[in-house]
Design a protein. Structure first.
Length: 319
């Protein structure tokens, strides 16, 4: 098939690379978000998709919007059979959806209709789902509401982080996409409509959500810590300093005021929550590296001793 591809982050790049490596397909051009400032120097940085496309010699288009008539005319000029969209980040207007002969396909990181929206990986873990997956759908004018052409599932367990689930889904998506493209007319004829009653909205992650509220149940906090690893990373405060929490597990322990350290040893810091306890295993202090608590105790045993209390919200210090 003659393809156009639209995507931006690493999750999209692995799908583009699979298409570029498939001799039966011809990627005519790639759409991706404009270069953005990144890093401490805020230098303009190309997206992972742009890097792969440029290395392969594929034309790269970076329009700020797809509502421009000139952009739509340029896309139509390629005569593509299908447009594959993976985590692109721009809305496709109806005029663009209608350009390719077989329409537009989206690779979505959820078993639709469970999580529609921008952050399906994080919201699945945060909600305590035991399963996630990838859905290939025929795009329509709605938000992730199109008919489903294929799905592939994978488990979520009590140790799965967003980084883990991202990588599992990134491995599932490309072969599923290639199988759909290999038999696209038949897949479209057998497409399944989504059941809107089972839909949930995966809202974009707000960094403010990463502030740990110790009055919440330990199980809920543990899920959020895993869901926000590696971004934006959950945090708390201690003596006015922001402390990132990279890894924690639920644990048995006595009751205490939420945020209070009940025990500290090489296994971690046992912290009281609104319900149950959380054992903090890996932390990062300002200016330092993320480290196991066992290492941090060698230099900060006094600050991390039982009785010390973490703040409940960003910037508040001890509650």
């Amino acid at each position: 098939m003659k393809l156009l591809f639209a995507g931006t982050p690493e999750f999209a790049r692995v799908h583009l690379d699979a298409l570029l490596a498939a001799p039966e397909h011809d990627v005519l051009a790639v759409l991706t978000q404009p270069d953005r400032p990144a890093g401490r120097g805020k230098r303009l940085t190309a997206s992972p998709v742009k890097e792969s496309a440029s290395a392969a010699g594929v034309p790269v288009l970076q329009p700020p919007t797809l509502r421009d008539a000139a952009v739509q005319a340029a896309l139509a000029g390629y005569g593509a059979d299908v447009l594959v969209v993976v985590a692109y980040g721009l809305i496709l207007p109806a005029a663009v959806l209608a350009i390719p002969a077989y329409g537009c396909l989206n690779v979505h990181a959820s078993l639709l209709p469970r999580w529609r929206g921008a952050a399906p990986i994080q919201r699945a873990i945060e909600a305590g789902d035991t399963e996630s997956g990838v859905t290939i759908m025929q795009m329509d004018a709605g938000l992730d509401t199109g008919a489903m052409l294929a799905t592939a599932a994978c488990p979520i367990d009590e140790s799965t982080t967003a980084a883990d689930l991202h990588d599992r889904l990134a491995a599932l998506g490309p072969p599923l996409l290639l199988s759909v493209l290999a038999d696209l007319p038949a897949r479209q004829a057998a497409a399944q409509q989504q059941d809107d009653a089972g839909a949930s909205y995966a809202a974009k992650i707000d960094k403010a959500e990463a502030a740990l509220d110790w009055s919440l149940p330990a199980a809920q906090l543990a899920r959020r810590i895993r869901a926000f690893n590696p971004f934006p990373v959950c945090f708390t405060t201690l003596d006015g300093e922001r402390v990132k929490v990279w890894h924690a597990v639920t644990a048995a322990g006595p009751a205490g005021a939420p945020g209070t350290i009940l025990a500290s040893d090489d296994r971690g810091l046992l912290v009281a929550c609104g319900e149950g306890c959380l054992r903090l295993v890996e932390l990062q202090f300002p200016g330092g590296r993320r480290l196991p608590v066992a290492e941090l105790l060698r230099a900060r045993a006094d600050r991390l001793a039982p009785g010390a209390r973490f703040g409940t919200h960003a910037g508040t210090g001890p509650a």
